[in-house]
Design a protein around this ligand. Structure first.
Ligand code: CA
Length: 370
């Protein structure tokens, strides 16, 4: 049903009783007003490219659902065509694609764009950084979204939150990590700021595309890999070739983005912008819930069906070493790059204050719950 049918249909349903009670308002006047409102929004056709395959579990499916819901809520007036990775652009070409206007919008993750500005990686998430709740609070109530939009403005882009992976795992290792010495010389697939941190711990970070990771781990070309969490990791089959699965501290709640070319965004009516924002908000929160649910189910499955797999924390010695090295890494990057310094200061100040409340409330609660 398109918008016009809905509105006209609505007045038809209520017509007999409601319209007769309006003095001086005939049925035809009522309908005309609705038709004019519907026609105030012109039809929009947008091209959206993602960094994931079209039907990639959770993230890819969420984008398809987003486009479908926008079409529905706008009664077909906003038609967003979704292109998966490589259908229109390679995964990492979507930022430039939207910046130049070759596409209208993309779905990806800010941590891919540190080559544009080092500071952008902070919007994706920071090792030993904020939990999903804390991080989303920073965007909405701590100035994060304003900083993000200010920086993207230089690229003619307008970003909004487009999902969250929830806490990610530290990764799959072929050998047990008993001490920080065991990390020395390990070859690990790990990108971004997390890769820089692991390099400081003695690991050789390796970049591999998704399709090559399993074979590399199986053959021992790499000794370890991180990916996301149980829900997506189990589909990659890493549990068949590595026995040690550690929880992590590099990606405590990674942000995904839905980013528009500014000209495309600005040609929308206020009503259309609001519809897109509402549906994007739904995608953003829903993805976090979906990861929570799917990770839990997959963890249960992993633990039950693979008794040989050891699932747990890195030794305290490793975590403490990593925490200290991360502080030095953030200080060095802040020294090197003034924009990184400014964004990280905003992020870190917010984290410092928020962690006091999170410790008092959530940390104590989880410890008490047992
Ligand atoms: Ca990851």
């Amino acid at each position: 049903m398109n918008r016009r049918d809905f509105l006209v249909g609505g007045s038809a349903v209520f017509g007999a009783s409601v319209l007769s009670s309006f003095s001086g308002c005939s049925k035809s006047q009522f309908e005309d007003k609705n038709i004019i409102t519907a026609n105030n929004s012109s039809k929009v056709k947008f091209k959206l490219a993602t960094s994931w395959p079209k039907h990639f579990p959770i993230m890819g499916e969420a984008v398809l659902k987003f486009a479908e819901r926008v079409r529905e809520i706008s009664s077909g007036y906003i038609d967003i065509q979704v292109f998966g990775k490589d259908e229109l652009l390679p995964a990492l070409a979507v930022f430039d694609g939207a910046s130049t206007g070759a596409i209208d919008v993309f779905h990806s993750g800010p941590y891919y764009w540190k080559g544009k500005s080092l500071s952008i990686s902070i919007f994706g998430g920071v090792p030993f950084g904020m939990t999903p709740d804390e991080g989303l609070s920073w965007f909405k109530y701590g100035g994060g979204i304003d900083l993000w939009r200010e920086i993207y403005d230089r690229y003619n882009l307008y970003p909004m939150l487009g999902g969250n992976t929830g806490p990610q795992m530290g990764g799959w290792f072929r050998k047990e990590i008993k001490s920080k010495a065991d990390l020395k010389g390990l070859k690990m697939r790990i990108p971004g700021l997390a890769g820089e941190l692991f390099a400081r711990l003695g690991v050789n970070p390796i970049l591999l595309s998704a399709g090559d990771i399993f074979t590399a781990l199986e053959r021992g070309t790499i000794d370890a890999t991180e990916w996301v969490g149980p829900a997506l990791d189990i589909k990659m089959g890493f549990h068949k070739v590595a026995n040690y699965y550690y929880s992590g501290w590099t990606e405590p709640g990674s942000i995904l983005e839905l980013t528009f070319n500014k000209n495309s965004w600005n040609k929308l009516s206020n009503e259309q912008k609001l519809m897109i924002e509402l549906v994007a908000h739904k995608m953003n929160t829903n993805m976090l819930f979906e990861f929570q649910s799917e990770n839990s189910k997959a963890l249960e499955l992993l633990a039950q069906e693979n008794k040989n797999i050891k699932i747990g924390n890195f030794p305290d010695e490793v975590t403490e070493f990593a925490r200290e090295e991360n502080k030095k890494l953030m200080a060095e990057l802040s020294e090197k790059d003034k924009e990184f310094e400014r964004v990280y200061k905003s992020y870190n100040d917010f984290q410092r204050i928020n962690s006091k409340w999170s410790d008092l409330s959530m940390r104590n609660y989880l410890n008490s719950r047992g």
